[in-house]
Design a protein around this ligand. Sequence first.
Ligand SMILES: NC(=O)c1ccc[n+]([C@@H]2O[C@H](COP(=O)([O-])OP(=O)(O)OC[C@H]3O[C@@H](n4cnc5c(N)ncnc54)[C@H](O)[C@@H]3O)[C@@H](O)[C@H]2O)c1
Length: 270
Amino acid sequence: MAHNLLKGKKGIIFGALDEKSIAWRTALRCYEEGAQLVLTNAPVALRMGEINKLAEAVKAPVVGADVTNMDDLKKLFEESMKHFGGGVDFILHSIGMSLNVRKGKHYTEIDYGFNQKTLDISAMSLHRVLRTAWEMDAINEWGSVVALTYIAAQRVFPDYNEMADAKALLESVCRSFGYHYAVRKKVRVNTVSQSPTRTTAGSGVKGFDGFINYAEKMSPLGNATADQCADYCVTLFSDLTRMVTMQNLFHDGGFSNTGISHAVIEQMEK
Ligand SMILES: NC(=O)c1ccc[n+]([C@@H]2O[C@H](COP(=O)([O-])OP(=O)(O)OC[C@H]3O[C@@H](n4cnc5c(N)ncnc54)[C@H](O)[C@@H]3O)[C@@H](O)[C@H]2O)c1
């Protein structure tokens, strides 16, 4: 059900790879709520061609940008501002990639070269995006930036590997840059800590099936889906949440505050 919550707003969505992607689901919801969009992803991801289906559905141009490349980001904001005829009201950062996980390296044996790339793609990219927007004055007053994260930033999930460190850094960048952007232009920056979700990035985590089933049993409301995450992002992009900034917001059906659930106790007693 649409409420026109984003009527007249303009946003950039990073990270829609395929229809399971949280960014894909969020783009559809933002469009339904009246937003105008620009879609972006790494050139290598665009070559899959999937994103063109989304672009058609939400009537948005697609601009390629590797999020670790400042020239690409500058071009993305230039093209977006040209398309919108002005600044941007919201940005979704929905990007994650671990080279060490991909190469099957255990956390105790990570390759530091890969690790630098992981931190750059998955965490410092938020700084790069915000800095580019800051220098170009590309985000309108009361704009809203959301980046997606995971509770492995606070607690140990052993197979989440170096991505746990990346998420901790991402959440810190959200707070630090969020401070400066709020003071300068009332722009808010938050992270949303989402339940495990079956997507390409999510399924890359070792033992994902056990992981997602455990979270389902440990969450009083169950796991939050990608579509529910999209709904939550819409509220954060809307004017109804103007005073929320520099927060890590759990969107996890209660998982983060649950010590043990009856469903897990029952399982352990078997
Ligand atoms: N799926 C989960 O279980 C889960 C849970 C919590 C948080 N998250 C987070 O949600 C976000 C979105 O992931 P998803 O689950 O939708 O998976 P996904 O694989 O669909 O999305 C990840 C995206 O990152 C993009 N990307 C990778 N390298 C890039 C680069 N150099 N430049 C630009 N884009 C690049 C990919 O192309 C892809 O579109 C990630 O930050 C992820 O960590 C996912």
